[in-house]
Design a protein around this ligand. Sequence first.
Ligand SMILES: NC(=O)c1ccc[n+]([C@@H]2O[C@H](COP(=O)([O-])OP(=O)(O)OC[C@H]3O[C@@H](n4cnc5c(N)ncnc54)[C@H](OP(=O)(O)O)[C@@H]3O)[C@@H](O)[C@H]2O)c1
Length: 264
Amino acid sequence: MNSEHFPEHPDEQPIKPPGTCLQAQALVIGAGSAIAGALIHELIHQHSVSGIVAVSRQSPEPAGLPQDTRDVPVSYLNCDYSADAISAVAGHINGAFSHVFICTGVLHNDHIKPEKRIEDIDAGQMAELLHINSILPALWLQALLPVLKNSPRCVLTVFSARVGSISDNHKGGWYSYRASKAALNMIVKTAAVEYARRAPGIKLLAFHPGTVDTLLSRPFQKNVAAEKLFTPEFVAQQLLTICAALPLDAEASYLDWAGEPINW
Ligand SMILES: NC(=O)c1ccc[n+]([C@@H]2O[C@H](COP(=O)([O-])OP(=O)(O)OC[C@H]3O[C@@H](n4cnc5c(N)ncnc54)[C@H](OP(=O)(O)O)[C@@H]3O)[C@@H](O)[C@H]2O)c1
């Protein structure tokens, strides 16, 4: 196991990029997500990166993630997702990256349920979802720009959702989650303009994974047809295939699990 916890002291040595081969690394943020775990396993299986840096609030590393990867070392970093901790993580990673995945996102927790009707809106709960789902990815995009600007080809995937599409909203409900993913989409679109100028090797992708069998979707799976409920492993494979084919076109893309565009 190559497990490194985030250094407490800023003068500690920066973490060296794992692996020294010509391939670049992957950075997986929110490694405790079931889809993130599947991505880590798939990246190791495909041998498509020289090493993986996995970031999570959970310490030690989230359960079920690889313990011993001789060919593709995994470094685990603990981060509480405060602005200071995010910029400190960014300051301690270096080298070229080919993949970044921002997998964090919350739909419900012990005190938040998606709103069914307008009367259910609660200011505190809405602010919490906006903070986790929109503001934290924005802070990562901000902190990672200097790290990524020299990577020659990297797809930075931010996990969005189809319900973040303003034009595709026919069913209503889920005010906070929808609003937080719509705001996230706008942040990705806006950042793509600046990344195109300042880090032209980076392609930004707002990704809808479909309905995936994880803790996030579990309370809402009963009306989902079996063939429409994906495993994290399937979605990880789809996403890596999509990333490999995406052009560096200086624009953000908003794609679903099949690689089909979604209207913003
Ligand atoms: N599952 C679906 O059907 C589905 C559908 C559409 C979109 N998505 C999106 O896909 C992404 C991954 O979802 P998942 O289904 O894999 O979810 P999951 O297994 O429930 O993982 C939750 C993720 O959110 C992070 N997280 C949880 N609480 C947090 C908090 N209070 N503050 C900051 N981060 C927090 C976790 O990070 P740690 O590693 O730090 O714990 C982890 O990365 C999310 O953005 C979600 O919105 C999922």
